[in-house]
Write a protein that binds this ligand. Structure first.
Ligand SMILES: Nc1ncnc2c1ncn2[C@@H]1O[C@H](COP(=O)(O)OP(=O)(O)OP(=O)(O)O)[C@@H](O)[C@H]1O
Ligand code: SF4
Ligand SMILES: [Mg+2]
Length: 358
């Protein structure tokens, strides 16, 4: 069975809370057209967490900026992004919506924790001032009420002495505190969709764990839908209900997180799992992480984009791997993989060669 969510755009509005259909984000450049996201489909319900993983440059941030409607204006200038497909949020299609409508939704219905905290924090305004502003855009309240809310949020994210630190400037906060403050700002309006793009990359391990706990607690409390983007599979192993693996701007595997971890169906995911640090194993017994470089997004390899790096590229018959783009196919209930390998070859390689080394 092929993937039921990769429907063509133009169909009936979806019932899922977030439904992304055949999303493409391309950037014309002097060197050619960069296909950062090229036909991505997924859906997400309220109260669920989707983990998006993939190596650097696979299109994770570009996807989240598209959902947030932020490709229209980037760095104060018009972006040259070309977008197509559909992004449905709670029954509303966002790609065709007016910039005003998307702006109204941003902050209130959907919010994002950015990869780089300095992107969303202004250096010249106090932390509190910025949270107050974010709150007042969507709530008709006086400054005093909004300030109370800002202090409360800083307290929630574990900033010590929040009533005092609310008047600090971003540079007076440590990296971990800035990240927390950004989370406070993202959550001040109880968004129904939260996208956290590498929320813990720059932080030390203890703070990482605290931030992830915090996202989990807040999600439980508000029943939000959460997308966590990371190249660290350890992060999503803890948090995600579902997993989507991206390679070269496309989804190569998707399914319930425990199934993807237990029996991944794509050679690229095997490599990702093999490169996950393990304390209980000697590195020399382990699989070698995915060798080679990510594909050029201007000249994506023909057939399966992963074929130049795939140790099993010759397993599927008729050179399919190098000539035909593999579609997502169901490998077990609700679990899809885009690989030409026959089920019996996949099962054999997984059980005999891969699983024993993980
Ligand atoms: N405005 C732009 N113009 C041209 N190319 C772009 C633009 N924005 C992003 N890209 C390219 O799109 C690709 C995907 O970028 P993206 O930031 O989504 O990667 P990522 O998966 O988030 O990686 P990382 O893990 O490093 O954050 C990259 O090759 C990037 O160079
Ligand atoms: S389609 Fe071929 S190259 Fe792509 S992952 Fe499967 S075996 Fe490897
Ligand atoms: Mg990124």
């Amino acid at each position: 069975m092929t993937d039921p969510t990769s429907k063509e755009p133009g169909g009936a509005p979806p019932t899922a809370f977030l439904d992304v259909r055949d999303l493409r984000v391309h950037f014309p450049t002097d060197d050619g057209l960069v296909k950062s996201v090229d036909g991505l489909s997924f859906s997400l319900e309220r109260g669920r967490t989707l983990g998006i993983v993939g190596e650097s440059g696979s299109g994770k941030s570009v996807t989240s900026l598209a959902v947030m409607g932020l490709h229209r204006v980037t760095s104060g200038r018009r972006s040259n992004a070309r977008l197509s497909g559909e992004i449905w949020l709670d029954g509303r299609e966002l790609l065709a919506a007016s910039p005003e409508e998307v702006r109204r939704l941003r902050g209130r219905q959907m919010a994002m924790i950015f990869q780089d905290p300095l992107t969303s924090m202004h250096p010249y305004y106090t932390i509190g001032g910025q949270i107050i502003e974010a709150y007042r855009v969507h709530h008709d309240v006086d400054k005093k009420t909004a300030r109370k809310r800002a202090v409360e949020m800083l307290d929630r994210v574990g900033i010590p002495e929040p009533h005092r630190r609310v008047d600090d400037y971003p540079h007076e906060f440590s990296g971990g505190m800035r990240q927390r403050a950004m989370i406070a700002m993202a959550l001040v309006n109880n968004p129904e969709l939260l996208i956290a793009d590498e929320p813990t990359t720059a932080l030390d391990v203890t703070v990482q764990a605290q931030i992830l706990d915090l996202i989990r607690d807040l999600q439980k409390e508000f029943g939000s839908a959460v997308i966590i983007i990371t190249h660290d599979l350890g992060v999503v192993a803890e948090l995600a209900d579902d997993l989507l693996v991206m390679y070269g701007g496309r989804c190569v595997e998707r399914g319930p997180a425990e199934r993807v971890f237990e029996e991944p169906g794509h050679p690229y995911t095997w490599g990702l799992l093999g490169s996950m640090p393990r304390i209980d194993r000697d590195q020399t017994d382990r699989l070698i992480p995915v060798k080679g470089q990510p594909p050029s997004l201007i000249n994506i390899p023909d057939g399966c984009a992963f074929n130049p790096r795939c140790p099993y590229a010759d397993v599927p018959k008729d050179n399919l791997t190098r000539t035909v783009v593999p579609e997502l196919r169901e490998v077990d209930a609700g679990h899809y993989s885009a690989c030409h390998m026959a089920a019996e070859d996949r099962a054999r390689i997984w059980t005999e060669e891969i699983a024993p080394k993980l």
